[in-house]
Design a protein around this ligand. Structure first.
Ligand code: AMP
Length: 550
């Protein structure tokens, strides 16, 4: 028997209509660049998105067409999120930190029709544009007067010109909720990037998870500093979820430096922020220099840390310096990205802070909508609470089924699971602990050592700015951990000091066999440690413990 309830499609345009109707005056603060700050609100975002949508249609953008952006977090990028998807086209947010030939590859692979870009990316675009095969016109995110002189293989338009020339769309089209809405490519440390194609339905369901109390608790009360780029998995879904609940958005533009983030948090009374650990390490480089009275000017309540493991030191500093709670979240481009979120259970009420941090360093519990399971090398499902880490798999309505260009289901096993490539433990309470990427795990004499655990431990040393651990060749054990450390500016740090700090906090056989100091570590376009490059760099490294005949 069919139910007798309405089955209105879950559409991205409905999020915007809701925000414009119920939270019209809630501000969107946009730092276009260091000189220019625009203040707008949900009403105006909706109005301008409706104008842009009809301008796109007038320029021949059909349902299903791909529209690329090379852009920072600004109000214009936000309008594009809604205008492009709202007419059934697909927003392809390109990561500008990729190498130019990777950018060329993904724009051609996606066959983007239009490319919108921030003026700061003009030099990058000039380099890439001659290799683009499908782009019919380029749109600079600026006014007509600001249009740069650029030699491009197609017309150059101004964003404000497009918005001004069009009559607003009278009504957003009623699309099928399974229509593709946006496209993100995984940064892929090896091989070519792969596209993940989200739908209106997956995006709206994911937004509810962000707003749920045991999700990210996003709500109308919040002023959100979006320190995760809008080209990184749809800024973790926050541009959509903020419209759903009517939160204020603070869009920082290109500058994610510690001082700028602190100033924005203070001036815009931010209660909530999100970013990758590297952003927060930079934030504390600044924040730790401030006196208590200045720090007390913030009213930060929650900070989401994800994209890489949240170092314990970051969790502790947010608590001790700002009284802010770190919500660690785990996910990936393929999971929209929210999959597990670290909130507390009733039994954690009133536990000592140190014990609470022990919980917060984990990646959290599955939110409804995402099923998680860990499997051993033979494909057997491991029970929660098992002490052996295994391959983490996920499934659910906002998890990828196949990469762009493949047949539906091509990325799933026979039971519909997507293999994340992460190695994890799930404890009895259902908290996930990511121990490694499967290719980064250190295999020492048949046992696994978690590079992430060692890195987090090393970063806990007050003189350490950043740390990486890779497996270095050992003739007896196959691999042993090599610790690579970036000390804090001006700090004098010795191997003995850092190893001494670690030794009581980790199993003896996990202790790194050697320490090297470097000025910086290589990162991927989304701020993750680039272990492939480190492994190449230290391929010939001779461990002092690897003595002939030892
Ligand atoms: P991306 O698709 O670029 O967002 O990368 C996803 C990958 O980042 C995951 O498969 C994990 O390896 C890693 N990752 C994301 N969040 C976390 C986290 N909280 N802790 C540890 N690793 C994470």
């Amino acid at each position: 028997m069919n139910a007798l309830m309405q089955s209105n499609a879950l559409l991205i345009s409905k999020l915007l209509e809701h925000a414009a109707r119920h939270h019209p005056d809630v501000e969107i603060v946009s730092h276009v660049n260091a000189q220019q700050c625009e203040r707008t609100n949900w009403r105006q975002v909706a109005q301008r998105a409706a104008r842009l949508a009809s301008a796109l249609q007038a320029r021949g953008i059909q349902p299903g067409a791909r529209v690329a952006t090379l852009a920072w977090n600004t109000h214009r990028h936000l309008e594009l999120y809604y205008a492009v998807s709202g007419i059934g086209a697909v927003l392809h947010t390109v990561n500008p930190r990729l190498f130019p030939d990777q950018i060329g590859y993904i724009v051609n692979h996606a066959a983007d029709d239009l490319l919108f870009f921030d003026l700061g990316f003009a030099p990058l675009l000039a380099q890439v544009a001659p290799h683009l095969k499908s782009v019919k016109a380029f749109v600079a995110l600026c006014s007509r007067a600001e249009l740069p002189a650029l030699d491009l293989p197609g017309p150059l338009l101004s964003y404000e010109g497009l918005v001004a020339e069009a009559e607003p769309l009278a009504q957003w089209p009623e699309l099928d909720e399974n229509t593709a809405s946006s496209l993100c490519y995984t940064s892929g440390t090896t091989g070519n990037p792969k596209g993940v194609l989200y739908s209106h339905r997956s995006t709206v369901l994911h937004s509810w998870a962000a707003c749920a109390a045991d999700g990210l608790q996003l709500r109308a009360h919040d002023s959100v500093l979006l320190a995760v780029p809008m080209f990184h998995v749809n800024a973790w879904g926050i541009p959509y979820a903020s419209a759903m609940c009517g939160a204020k958005l603070v869009l920082p533009g290109p500058d994610l430096g510690g001082e700028r983030l602190f100033t924005l948090m203070r001036d815009e009374r931010c209660t909530f922020s999100l970013g990758v650990p590297t952003v927060w390490l930079g934030f504390f480089q600044h924040a730790e220099k401030l006196d208590a009275a200045t720090r007390a000017e913030l009213c930060l309540e929650r900070v989401v840390v994800g994209g890489s493991a949240a170092p314990r030191a970051v969790i502790e500093k947010f608590e001790h310096l700002f009284g802010a709670y770190v919500i660690q979240a785990w996910g990936m481009t393929e999971t929209s990205p929210l999959a597990t979120i670290c909130n507390l259970l009733p039994r954690h009420e009133g536990i000592p802070l140190e014990e609470r941090f022990d919980v917060q360093v984990r990646q959290g519990r599955a939110i409804f909508g995402v099923e998680i399971a860990v499997f051993d090398a033979e494909g057997r499902r491991l029970p929660d609470g098992s002490h052996t880490p295994g391959e983490l798999k996920v499934r659910g309505p906002w998890v990828v089924s196949a990469y762009y260009g493949q047949e539906p289901g091509a990325s799933l096993d026979a039971d519909g699971w997507f293999d994340t490539g992460d190695v994890a433990l799930i404890d009895k309470d259902g908290y996930v602990q990511i121990t490694d990427r499967s290719k980064d795990v250190i295999k020492s004499g048949g046992e696994w050592i978690s590079s992430i655990d060692l890195e987090n431990l090393a970063v806990g040393h007050p003189k350490v700015k950043e740390a990486a651990v890779i497996g270095a060749y050992h003739s007896k054990w196959q691999e042993r951990p090599l610790l690579i450390v970036v000390p804090n500016e001006g700090a004098q740090l010795t191997s003995e000091e850092i190893l001494g700090f670690m030794q009581d906090r980790v199993a003896r056989w996990w202790m790194p066999d050697d320490v090297v100091f470097v000025d910086e570590l290589p990162h991927t376009a989304t701020g993750k440690l680039q272990k492939t490059r480190l492994r190449e760099q230290f391929r010939g490294h001779r461990l002092p413990t690897d003595v002939p005949g030892g």
